[in-house]
Design a protein around this ligand. Sequence first.
Ligand code: SAM
Length: 189
Amino acid sequence: MRFAYADPPYPGKADYYSERQEVDHASLLEGLQLEYPDGWALSTSAAALRDVLALCPPGVRIAAWVRSVRRTPSRRPISAWEPVVLAGGRPLPVADRRGARVVHDVEDALVYRGRYRAFPGALIGMKPPQFSVWVFRQLGATRSDTLEDVFPGSGAVSEAWRRYVGAVAETRPPAIPDASPLQDLRMAR
Ligand SMILES: C[S@@+](CC[C@H](N)C(=O)[O-])C[C@H]1O[C@@H](n2cnc3c(N)ncnc32)[C@H](O)[C@@H]1O
């Protein structure tokens, strides 16, 4: 299967990046649907979710990443989560080869508040490997698949993908790797 992960600037937050240009989410979502019918994932902000969902096809799923927060004065509760919109993906196993019931552990919520600043080329919005693997598993991704990292930024998601496909079995999503080898990612580039 061919998957894509899109991590554009949050709508209305283009100024965080040197391009200083809003990403046209309508075109982006059209492209994802046309080019990646097997499945895709898109990160956005909780504030933009309503508008982004209006551009999405029926059947998309919403997953929640509870992440670290920047403490800053705010008249509203500080947003401590980031939605990921998911489409398609490989169905997860419910039975093994002998027909025995399989109960998988892939969930649509992740609480991971670790920071990940040591990665070369670190930038605002960079995704930790724990996040990336969580997304790959939700897509049911396996070693035989490809992933297009549409807004690569630091390259951390692509690097996590390279490691994931090196670790995963041919036909089944892997267990969540333990954190220690993932921490080595900062040494990887
Ligand atoms: C949220 S960051 C991606 C972070 C990346 N997933 C990572 O883990 O490092 C968004 C990326 O989109 C790029 N970007 C910003 N505006 C853009 C635009 N109008 N067109 C294309 N890319 C843009 C930024 O430079 C940045 O690298």
